[in-house]
Design a protein around this ligand. Structure first.
Ligand code: NAD
Length: 343
């Protein structure tokens, strides 16, 4: 059972958040009255404080079994994100610690990023800008393709997938979608159809992923499904890196089966952020392989990779902070909201 906080108790909150000064002031203002410390970095064991009762993190901080063990007074974890695969939910649940997320801050924001990747790939925008900045004012080799009349396959029609479908309204594309829990009313309103995943993969010119990373979705784009993808399709991933097997994507890009990819997330992307993981004591064969794979994807001429930036707008971060502080206050009032640890 989640442990409710006692009334009038002022628990110590520790946050691992790297924010710009304006947003740091914003969050500080929101948690006024609560003892807290904000570490402007990802979570490290060295910065942990054993008196922590509330832990706040972004997706780049892993809250492992070991972290739970090091925080004996921990009563609540708030993640300033929708995804929560960076937190050991089993351990949280075993300890009766609620883990509260932000279910809906970024529908529009992330969908806008997916659309930006689609547009950038379709018009070779990144290469074009790079070329001009390098002094070559020449369009040869920069031919793109129209979105109008193409088929886009939306995998996962939750908050973000649906918002993308709304944004696509003006592009005159054919939309197909796959979701184990289809929203047929929404499909009828928006004029698209749900199809089985293999049909989506075989018919879409652009495949865009909007599903959580779960055992069932791990390497959704892997060896088996690669064969089903329409030759020359583009892949967009703004959800989680682990949805795509990097080796499969690389071989698809090499063979031309996949024409290009717009990725905001990479598998085990923390390795790319923290060179210590590659060059330090914790390095193992697996981290080396992952970082190599990710580097190959980043450097590939047919990819555009952004550093898990889809959520990152001022408006969205304010919404994230508002909901997270709301989650903390609800917990302190004895009624946790958006608790994902008991799923
Ligand atoms: P959501 O929970 O609203 O929707 C997820 C959808 O996926 C649901 O409709 C669910 O039924 C569907 N789904 C589950 N398993 C599936 C499967 N096997 N195949 C197809 N569909 C399946 O989540 P959301 O708010 O739309 O977010 C989607 C994901 O985007 C999150 O889980 C998170 O990982 C990611 N995200 C990334 C960023 C970023 O900055 N890049 C920001 C926010 C969210």
């Amino acid at each position: 059972m989640p442990r409710a906080a006692k009334k009038n108790q002022k628990p110590f909150a520790l946050f691992f958040l790297s924010l710009t000064p304006d947003l740091t002031s914003y969050i500080k203002n929101q948690i006024k009255g609560l003892p807290h410390r904000i570490v402007p970095d990802v979570l490290t064991v060295d910065e942990l404080d054993p008196k922590t009762e509330i832990l706040g993190v972004f997706t780049d901080s892993k809250v492992t079994k070991d972290i739970f063990a090091r925080l004996p007074r921990l009563k609540l974890v708030v993640t300033l994100s929708t995804g929560f695969d960076h937190i050991d939910l089993k351990e949280a649940s075993r300890r009766g610690i609620p883990v509260c997320n932000v279910p809906t801050y970024g529908d529009y924001t992330v969908a806008q990023h997916a659309l930006a990747l689609i547009l950038a790939l379709s018009k070779k925008l990144f290469e074009s800008v790079k070329r001009v900045k390098e002094g070559e004012y020449d369009y040869h080799g920069m031919r793109g393709f129209d979105l109008k009349g193409k088929t886009i396959g939306v995998v996962g029609t939750g908050h973000i997938g649906k918002q993308l479908i709304r944004l696509l309204a003006g592009f005159e594309m054919n939309i197909v979608a796959y979701d184990p829990f289809p929203d047929k009313k929404f499909a009828a309103e928006r004029g698209f159809s749900y199809v089985p995943l293999s049909k989506l993969l075989g018919s879409a010119d652009i495949i865009t992923l909007h599903v959580p990373l779960l055992p069932a979705t791990h390497h959704l784009i892997g060896k088996k499904n690669l064969k089903k993808i329409k030759p020359g399709a583009y892949i967009i991933n703004t959800a989680r890196g682990g949805l795509i097997d990097g080796a499969t994507l690389l071989s698809g890009l090499q063979s031309g089966q996949i024409a290009g990819a717009g990725l905001d997330v990479l598998e085990d992307e923390e390795v790319m952020r923290d060179p210590v993981l590659i060059f330090g004591d914790k390095c193992d064969e697996c981290t080396v392989k992952t970082s190599l794979m990710n580097s190959l994807l980043i450097d590939h001429p047919k990819t555009i990779v952004t550093p898990h930036n889809a959520f990152n707008t001022t408006e969205a971060i304010k919404r994230i902070i508002d909901t997270s502080i709301g989650n903390m206050r609800a917990f302190l009032a004895g009624n946790p909201t958006n608790n994902v640890s008991r799923r």
